[in-house]
Design a protein around this ligand. Structure first.
Ligand code: HPA
Length: 272
């Protein structure tokens, strides 16, 4: 595994010839963010040695290296979910590679179901904390000592300073945001009413099927993480309600301009 990670990192480093300031992951329905980047190199996942492949026909993923607000970013358009059948090491492979490239800051976005009763469809939640309920942990097994320690401090999973900057950007742009806890379940089913109740009871504000493995591995490597969720539906234990993939994408589209404003503001103003 280590040799593969190194081979992939060397391949990408040779092409981009620089260390990006941020890695950015585009979640479901958040693809419009990539139009904001001035691309320098665009790599198909197919053409990157050892890189995992997306399972959606006709939607091969792309790694886009370019500039955003004067910063260098490496953007993943197309992420890997556990529910697709990838094992957890495949899900996090790109993030191991990002560390060897030398990237220090990670921005992840996703579409999530809201369980906090104050949330409305197309609201934005800055992720302040998470609960990992996926059945496999990405750090299980022999520790990769070159990347980080066996036991990882998770007292500040999402970087306080980045959250503060994002909050200021939102305030200045009059964008309503929430902060909350994201719970990762494996999916691919959306939750039953009883499961929504459970997520609320354990302290979750939103639920989704991604993000947490990436952030765990990034924290293992000492990266600074920022996460942003678009609330695409709001559920609870009292009401039976339906969710469809189409509704998720519609809500994501609606909130997209505000997510773009926040991410651009963060990239511009965060300088570590
Ligand atoms: N659960 C509920 N609603 C959602 C999800 C989810 O995992 N993802 C996007 N909307």
């Amino acid at each position: 595994m280590l040799a593969k990670i190194k081979e992939t990192a060397d391949f990408i480093k040779q092409i981009i010839q620089d260390v990006p300031d941020f890695a950015i992951v585009l979640g479901s329905g958040l693809g419009a963010l990539k139009n904001e980047v001035e691309p320098i190199h665009t790599l198909d996942y197919h053409d990157i040695p050892n890189f995992p492949q997306t399972t959606v026909a006709g939607h091969g993923g792309k790694l886009i290296y370019g500039t955003l607000e004067g910063k260098k970013v490496l953007m993943m358009s197309g992420r890997f979910h556990y529910y697709e059948g990838h094992d957890i090491q495949t899900v996090v492979f790109p993030f191991r590679v990002f560390h060897l490239i030398g990237i220090k800051n990670l921005i992840v976005s996703n579409a999530a179901g809201g369980v906090n009763p104050n949330f409305r469809v197309a609201d934005i939640m800055i992720i302040k904390d998470h609960i990992n309920m996926l059945p496999e942990h990405p750090l299980r097994g022999k520790n990769l000592d070159e990347f980080g320690p066996r036991f990882v401090d998770m007292s500040e999973p999402y970087h306080r300073k980045m959250i503060e900057i994002a909050e200021n950007v939102a305030k200045e742009s009059e964008i309503k945001i929430h902060q909350g806890c994201y719970v990762a379940l494996q999916g691919p089913t959306f939750e039953t009413p009883a499961e929504y109740g459970m997520i609320r009871a354990i302290g979750g504000d939103a639920v989704g099927m991604s993000t947490v493995p990436e952030v765990i591995v990034a924290k293992h490597q000492g990266m600074n993480c920022f996460g942003i969720s678009i609330i695409t539906d709001v559920g609870g234990p009292e009401v039976a309600f339906t969710v469809s993939h189409a509704e998720v994408l519609e809500a994501a589209n609606k909130a997209m301009p505000n997510v773009i404003t926040i991410v651009k503001g963060l990239v511009k103003n965060y300088n570590d």
